[in-house]
Write a new protein. Structure first.
Length: 371
């Protein structure tokens, strides 16, 4: 009979012999300082704190930047927004050329973070609320954390133009001739999030669905924010072609539109839309670690996350419970599905080329920068 002490001794030897398990012992505990305590140290660092946001509109980051700067005016921020697929390469190039000037990256390219972690480029840091963040989408050692939940797939429509009985319940519904000339969609081959959604829809309905969609006189735009903006601009348009644009399912990721005449409707299971946690990583190269920790702690503070939870699901299990959001248990979206999809670059490339063969290259300037 094996005695427990023998098992214990064997386990100890295995741990010492395995780099993987030694890393698992590299325990970072959640920061138990108050934000004001971190601020007092951050103030002593020289700035600015360089933060890069991934996205198609700089306006999306404005609320968090304004809230942070109001509370911590002495930590100067230098925030920029561009598509995640471009800024991650900028970050890599700055690293290769020994000028890693970015302190924090908050991006949609969730596949970058495990790589950056494995290359030793991320600072392991756990904000005080770390244990509240759902385990399925964070690095257990704090190398990266999700900060916002976004989604592609729910139907955003102008409720002054689309009557309740016309609101689609599935992606098959949008093939109805009624929708011809009324749809605005983001190029799936320009955004891996939208591509993930199209892979889900086409996997369910086949490429015949996509071919039929191509007959619907869709207005294809670059960037998710352009999809909703086009519908907002069409609201009062006197041009009948423009004014017909009243529905998208690739709008900029939130759950509650801020425009009164826009309504959002989720497709119901078994139909699936995509959702994900936008990731935050602090680069280990930062000369401003306390400022970076303060920003991460502020974004993941109960105060800030509660303001987000009032509008939709968040990354923290406790707040989802409190606000009645069942995102992680939902049967019409899988938050971890996007991480799996993004991790398989050959598969992403295959889907992108399937779309591009039919749709062609995305047309128009880079959305947030105009270049
Ligand atoms: C805060 O964390 C540090 C480091 O883990 C620990 O030494 C200290 O006892 C903690 N303080 C409190 C008040 O929990
Ligand atoms: C503030 O920074 C200066 C040098 O930049 C350093 O000498 C000093 O110890 C720092 N003070 C605190 C409270 O960290
Ligand atoms: C601010 O950010 C931009 C874009 O990332 C960068 O080019 C610039 O050097 C930064 N400014 C400072 C002062 O670090
Ligand atoms: C975390 O997310 C998983 C699915 O990704 C879900 O099954 C689980 O219930 C969530 N945890 C909590 C504590 O809500
Ligand atoms: C549409 O027109 C109304 C009435 O003129 C105006 O109040 C509203 O701001 C306009 N909305 C948009 C999105 O332009
Ligand atoms: C209406 O808008 C469409 C698309 O933006 C444009 O092609 C067309 O020329 C416009 N019609 C008029 C009469 O301005
Ligand atoms: C999905 O979940 C909703 C809400 O919990 C439930 O009403 C519905 O029956 C479920 N649908 C399927 C197909 O499981």
């Amino acid at each position: 009979m094996t005695t427990y002490w023998r098992l214990g001794a064997t386990a100890a030897i295995v741990i010492l012999g395995s780099p993987c398990l030694i890393q698992a012992l590299d325990v970072v505990t959640p920061d138990n300082r108050t934000l004001d305590e971190i601020y007092s140290l951050a103030k002593n660092e020289s700035g600015p704190l360089n933060i890069i946001f991934g996205g198609s509109s700089a306006a999306a980051a404005a609320p968090i930047l304004a809230a942070f700067s109001k509370q911590y005016p002495d930590v100067v921020l230098n925030a920029t927004t561009d598509l995640s697929k471009y800024v991650d390469t900028v970050i890599d190039r700055s690293y290769i050329t020994n000028n890693p000037y970015v302190d924090i990256a908050i991006l949609q390219t969730v596949n970058d973070y495990p790589r950056w972690r494995d290359e030793g480029r991320l600072l392991k840091y756990k904000p005080a609320t770390f244990d509240e963040i759902n385990n399925s989408i964070k690095d257990p050692n704090g190398a990266y954390v999700p900060v916002n939940i976004y989604q592609f797939g729910p139907f955003y429509y102008d409720n002054t133009k689309v009557t309740p009985e016309r609101v689609p319940k599935s992606y098959a519904d949008i093939l109805d001739p009624y929708w011809k000339g009324k749809l605005v969609l983001t190029y799936p081959n320009d955004d891996d999030g939208v591509l993930t959604l199209f892979s889900l829809i086409i996997s369910r309905y086949g490429f015949a669905w996509f071919d039929a969609l191509m007959e619907q006189d869709v207005l294809w735009v670059r960037g998710a924010s352009a999809a909703s903006t086009t519908i907002i601009n069409a609201h009062n348009s006197t041009n009948t072609t423009d004014s017909a644009r009243s529905l998208t399912f690739t709008a900029l990721g939130g759950f509650t539109p801020s425009t009164s005449f826009l309504t959002v409707a989720q497709p119901q299971a078994p139909e699936q839309f995509m959702s994900w946690g936008q990731l935050l990583g602090i680069f280990a190269s930062t000369p401003r670690p306390e400022s970076a920790k303060l920003f991460a702690s502020f974004v993941l503070s109960n105060e800030w996350q509660s303001s987000l939870a009032a509008a939709g699901p968040v990354v923290m299990d406790s707040l989802n419970q409190q606000f009645g959001h069942a995102l992680f248990e939902a049967n019409n979206t899988q938050v971890t599905g996007y991480i799996t999809f993004m991790g398989d670059r050959a598969r992403v490339e295959w889907w992108r080329m399937q779309i591009e063969t039919t749709l062609g290259l995305p047309q128009g300037p880079d959305p947030p920068t105009g270049r």
